[in-house]
Write a protein that binds this ligand. Structure first.
Ligand SMILES: [Zn+2]
Length: 113
């Protein structure tokens, strides 16, 4: 995952939305990042500050919402956090564990004047 490309696509998504809605100034952008996406949050913030060029986005704050990894057992429906993760379900001993969330990466919302 490259932080720069994430930032650039985030910016272009928000700019397009802003254009559609006739927004001229954006205050903040919220992006959701799953725990397993291996994105360095501080790098992301740094890239964001450098990449913002348009007037509408100048000074906009980047808000990062982390999404914790959750695994779910397909057999009994038990859900496990990342630290509890194993290939077999601790409740039913089934081997059908699946990642339910934790790989997300998307622009959730942005706030404008
Ligand atoms: Zn189970």
């Amino acid at each position: 995952m490259h932080e720069t490309s994430i930032v650039l696509s985030t910016i272009s998504i928000v700019e397009e939305e802003a254009r559609k809605h006739g927004v001229s100034k954006i205050n903040s952008i919220t992006i959701c990042i799953g725990e397993l996406t291996c994105v360095e949050k501080e790098t992301l913030r740094g890239c964001f500050d450098v990449a913002v060029e348009s007037e509408a986005l100048a000074g906009a704050k980047l808000i990062i919402e982390p999404i914790a990894a959750v695994f779910r057992c397909e057999t009994c429906g038990a859900s496990l956090e990342r630290k509890q993760w194993s290939t077999t379900c601790p409740k039913c001993n089934g081997g059908n564990m699946r990642l339910e969330q934790g790989r997300e990466l998307y622009v959730k919302s942005f706030e404008a004047d």
